[in-house]
Design a binder for this molecule. Sequence first.
Ligand code: BES
Ligand code: MN
Ligand code: ZN
Length: 499
Amino acid sequence: MKYKVTSGDPTGLKTPCLVLGVYQESKLSAAAEAIDQAADGAITELLRMGDLEGKVGDSQFLYRIPGHQAGRLLLVGCGKKSDFDRDGYRKAVAAAAKALKEAALEEATLCLPEIKAKGTKKVQRTSDAVIEMERTLYRFDSCKGKAEKPRGELKKLELYIGVDGSLDKAEQAVQEAQGIAVGITLARDLGNLPGNICTPSYLADRAREMRKLSNKLQVEILEEAQMEKLGMGALLSVSRGSRQPAKLIVMEYRGGDDKQKPVVLVGKGLTFDAGGISLKPAAQMDEMKYDMCGGAGVLGTMRTCLELKLPINVVALVPASENLPDGDASKPGDIVTSMSGQTIEVLNTDAEGRLILCDALTYAERFEPDVVVDVATLTGACVVALGQHLAGLFSDDQGLLEELREAGELGADRAWPMPMGSEYQKQLDSNFADIANIGGRFGGAITAACFLSRFTKKYPWAHLDIAGVAWLQGKAKGATGRPVGLLSQFLISRSKQAK
Ligand code: BES
Ligand code: MN
Ligand code: ZN
């Protein structure tokens, strides 16, 4: 979609549809107020009659109102004026997007970014408007036999930022947000694809094809034979039971100075997790196609880097594999040797994410990383601990932890600090190998993070467990594109500091 930023007198805005914010208790936003005055109180009258309450999420089209240049008006509820915050703002934008979509409008002017919301600035509201629009209008129909063609699709949206205000700054915010939205969309598309299409080889092809977007990007795919040579016994133990060969996707983006150490992003790319011999129960097993959402998030973030040409060096590593039961699959009790040399007793083949990640984390050493951040749909326990709203954030590096937490706040893609420590590390003791791949019933998200920490001694490292946030269940089932918002903000902030 095309975006344009605009300002000035709202009664002079020429558009097929002018979207105006109204509050509960018949209060109006500044633009709505201006139109109301020119229209002899038509909007106040409607609110007074109670046809629209003005709660967040409410919307109502109005036709044939005088005093402006728009084809129609769309009123959007903003809730109580004193309560209006970023969350309410984003929901109001989403409600506008939904109404515009249902009416099949192709163009509109959104007067929401001008409206003050607690704890926000205008540039952030401008960028949030773009991301929330793209999020709401997203469709995934590439697997439908014949996709329903919508009557009309929004093609152009003007963002009204008030009577005055810096168009330059707002335009920059729009451009940045569009770059992030492209990354989020890629992550959602990859996540939503079924396991029979989105295999490790498919992910590798999609990574390879990104090469044409920039000559600063190199892509290499490590095959199982190369993994064997490198001693990646942990990763290979997971793909044993699968007919699809594992791949290790290696992408190097050199947007920054030659001497600058890279940020290394590692994403779990488990394209289908049946659990292996420790087979999962049947209910909702289809959702385990989303077990590659860490990898998709890393590819999406790379896409954002390319789109925004960020002046920063980034390496993306995506170990990709299936986890299936088979006569040749790894068995509970098997002991494997990781690339680091540490031996692992595989007590549960369903704790496979950490096995593919640990070898990728050892491989990361060769890039002499400034920091390494891994993202993974790693544990059901994390979903129990934090629910489906915040990702789990683990790091012994307080600076890095805070940096990532703040990036999450900025990107409206929040993560919450979780502990690690020697008490938990002890749960991973094995009688037969250097370490066990599970740590018992309690603190499962933490012991999983502790397992990974054993392979990250050579650089500052953080881990995001996105098991609860990478996809939605039920009627709205689908990938969310998280944590592309968080990771993109992390890299954007870093590239601004480097300048
Ligand atoms: N991919 C799953 C984690 C998961 C489960 C994410 C459900 C989202 C929803 C992971 O590979 C896994 O199976 N983890 C096990 C670990 C256990 C065996 C220690 C889990 O969480 O049950
Ligand atoms: Mn598993
Ligand atoms: Zn898994």
